[in-house]
Design a protein around this ligand. Structure first.
Ligand SMILES: Nc1ncnc2c1ncn2[C@@H]1O[C@H](COP(=O)(O)OP(=O)(O)OP(=O)(O)O)[C@@H](O)[C@H]1O
Length: 368
């Protein structure tokens, strides 16, 4: 076998290994995205790999180069690897955008969609949503989280990411953090800038978050709704009719009374109800481990009874959860042994798959 033949064999091997590396923002292999541009193998085991970047300002360019270098240096016979990064040319970007759009399954068809809602703000709805998403991702599920709390978004803070998503030919990639694909208005506005959108604009923004985001194949999609039963909630339920309600309340009877409005809305719109999560259920003392019912008790049970569903879990009020929120890392990742994290893992693992009943839904049938 000639030396040249050995080299070309190596190039193929190197290309396959580099191609198997995941694009850190897309979570898809470089080969599937067509991003391994050029591979050359030189004497003495020196290898050069040229990889295209999805964006000129790529937030994970260094991590990508490192991942390719690490993978290729494991190929037998390779001694030195240099990785060159270059932005994907405009035309190729447009073509890739078209291909992704055509291949991406409609997000509304995700097998399980949960709309997480509460009657009033501050009961920990976003915290619960973010941690359920991270817990499910840690269990190996493909999870998307759409922050539909357009004015009061908190997902960027809870996941510690604040930057514009990568756009490819009119299609946005969700921001990947702690294994969860995220989309939030917070990625598009400066931190101190208020979002001043109303009715039609809100509806349009939500539509775009669903249709113009390359969510890819998902096992679970979580929607973090704003508190109450306003425009955004109603728009979303129209856009994702298969979403099941996950109601978050505190044990306080007053909070339950407000949350009951969301349950009534679900009933009126024939939305399936997955269950109730009681948050801030007892404060755990960091020193002695004793629990105090700061917010009373009974709210979760009363709401579940009214909704004809179950309390899926009771997340205690604890310090690690609050600190994790402030640090921008979900507690299930930062302190998985904390009482709140363990309960959130348990709730995530037991989330029921509920489907919308066909009762009262118009079917595509015609009577001649
Ligand atoms: N179980 C808990 N233990 C300790 N702190 C908690 C717990 N749940 C929520 N918090 C804290 O309470 C505050 C409010 O939580 P969060 O923002 O998730 O509420 P929310 O219901 O989504 O509010 P809004 O709808 O107004 O955004 C946050 O500072 C969060 O860290």
């Amino acid at each position: 076998m000639s030396v040249l033949a050995t080299w070309s064999l190596d190039e193929e091997r190197v290309r396959a290994v580099a191609g198997a590396v995941l694009e850190p923002e897309a979570g898809v292999s470089l080969a599937d995205l067509g991003l391994v541009d050029d591979v050359s193998v030189h004497a003495g085991g020196r290898v050069r790999v040229r990889v295209h970047l999805l964006a000129r300002e790529h937030p994970s360019a260094d991590a990508l180069a490192e991942a390719v270098r690490g993978a290729v240096s494991c190929v037998p016979g390779v001694r030195r690897v240099s990785v060159d990064l270059a932005p994907l040319p405009e035309r190729a970007r447009a073509e890739l955008g078209d291909r992704l759009r055509a291949d991406s399954p409609p997000v509304g068809r995700t097998p399980r969609v949960y709309a997480v809602a509460s009657g009033k703000g501050g009961v920990g709805k976003s915290t619960v949503t973010a941690n359920l998403a991270a817990a499910l991702a840690a269990q190996g599920q493909r999870v998307g989280l759409l922050d539909a709390d357009v004015w009061g978004y908190s997902v960027p803070q809870l996941f510690g990411v604040r930057r514009s998503p990568i756009a490819i030919g009119g299609l946005m990639l969700p921001v990947l953090a702690h294994g969860v694909r995220l989309m939030s208005t917070g990625f598009f506005v400066a931190e101190d800038q208020p979002v001043m959108w109303r009715g039609p604009m809100l509806h349009k923004a939500l539509e775009q978050f669903l249709a113009d985001v390359c969510w890819g194949e998902l096992d679970v999609l979580l929607l973090d709704l704003p508190p109450g039963t306003g425009d955004i909630t109603l728009s979303l339920l129209e856009l994702v009719p298969d979403a099941a309600l996950l109601a978050v309340t505190t044990p306080q009877i007053a909070a339950r009374t407000v949350a009951a409005r969301v349950v009534r809305m679900a009933r009126d719109t024939r939305m399936p109800i997955a269950g109730v999560v009681e948050n801030m259920a007892g404060a755990v003392c960091a020193h002695c481990g004793d629990s105090t019912s700061l917010f009373g008790h009974g709210g979760g049970d009363a709401l579940a009874e009214q909704a004809g569903t179950e309390v899926l879990g009771r997340v205690p009020l604890d310090l690690p959860l609050r600190e994790a929120g402030d640090a921008g890392v979900p507690v299930v990742v930062r302190s998985p042994e904390a009482p709140s994290a363990m309960e959130l893992f348990r709730i995530g693992a037991g989330l029921p798959a509920v489907r919308r009943s066909l009762l009262g839904r118009s079917l595509p049938l015609m009577v001649k």
